[in-house]
Design a protein around this ligand. Structure first.
Ligand code: GAR
Length: 209
C-alpha cells in the first residue's frame, strides 16, 4: 500500500476528491497518511480531520524566513517517508532540496493547460484572471511531476475546459475544478499507485494495465 502525503493551503476540494476516490476504490493501492497545511486556517485541515487523517500545520506566515519553512517541510516529509507527495492546492514553491530528494515522487495539480498560464505568480484565481484577460477560448488543468522549475516538471495528465464569454474568474475556477482538476488528479494518483507511470527524457508514459 502506497503512503501518500498531501500538501494543502486552502479550501481542500482536491484533497476531498482524493479522499472520496480512495473510498470508492477509484484509487487502488494508496492511502493518505498525512496532510500538511501551510495555512493554519485552511478548510482542508477540517476535511482531513473529518476523514480521520493525521494533520500537521506548518503555517508559512509564522516562519520568518522561507528557508526555515522549507527546512521544516523537508524534515516532516523525510520523517513520514511517503511513496507519493501530492500538492493539492499547495500555494508555496518547493525548494530543489526537496524535489531532488523526492525525485518523481511529488506531483502537483495546476489550474491551466501547461505551458500556458503557469510558473511563478500563477496560482489559484490569478490563473483564471490571466486566462480571461488574454481571451483564450480553451483552458483546463494539468497534473505534473514537480521538479526545481515552477510548473516545469514532466506532464502526467491534462484535460481541457471551455471558457465562456460570460465567465468571471470564480465561475471559471469552479468549472475547471469540477470538469478537470478533480477528475485528472485522482486518475494520476491511481496510475502512480499502480506503478503505471514512468518518466523518460522528461516525458511521462503510461503503461497498459
Ligand atoms: C486549485 O484550483 C489548484 O489547482 C490551485 O489552487 C486551487 C486549490 O483549491 N493550485 C495552484 O494554483 C498551484 N499553482 P483546493 O484547495 O480547493 O484544492
Amino acid at each position: 500500500m502506497n503512503k501518500i502525503a498531501v500538501l494543502v493551503s486552502g479550501t481542500g476540494t482536491n484533497l476531498k476528491a482524493l479522499i472520496e476516490a480512495i473510498k470508492n476504490n477509484e484509487i487502488k493501492n494508496g492511502k493518505i497518511s498525512l496532510v500538511i497545511s501551510s495555512n493554519k486556517n485552511a478548510k482542508a485541515i477540517t476535511i482531513a480531520k473529518e476523514a480521520n487523517i493525521n494533520t500537521m500545520v506548518l503555517d508559512r506566515k509564522s516562519f520568518k524566513l522561507a528557508h526555515e519553512f522549507e527546512e521544516a517541510l523537508f524534515l516532516a516529509l523525510k520523517e513520514e517517508e511517503p511513496n507519493l507527495i501530492v500538492m493539492a492546492g499547495f500555494l508555496c514553491i518547493i525548494p530543489k532540496k526537496i524535489t531532488d530528494h523526492f525525485k518523481n515522487k511529488i506531483i502537483n495539480i495546476h489550474p491551466s493547460l501547461i505551458p500556458a498560464f503557469c510558473g511563478e505568480g500563477f496560482y489559484g484565481l490569478k490563473v483564471h484572471e490571466a486566462v480571461l484577460k488574454k481571451g483564450v477560448k480553451i483552458t483546463g488543468a494539468t497534473v505534473h511531476f514537480v521538479n526545481e522549475i515552477a510548473d516545469g516538471g514532466p506532464i502526467i495528465l491534462q484535460k481541457s475546459v471551455e471558457v465562456k464569454q460570460t465567465d468571471s474568474p470564480e465561475i471559471l475556477q469552479k468549472r475547471v475544478m469540477e470538469q478537470a482538476e478533480w477528475v485528472i488528479l485522482k486518475k494520476a494518483v491511481n496510475y502512480i499507485c499502480l506503478n503505471r507511470i514512468y518518466v523518460k527524457n522528461n516525458k511521462t508514459f503510461i503503461t497498459e494495465e
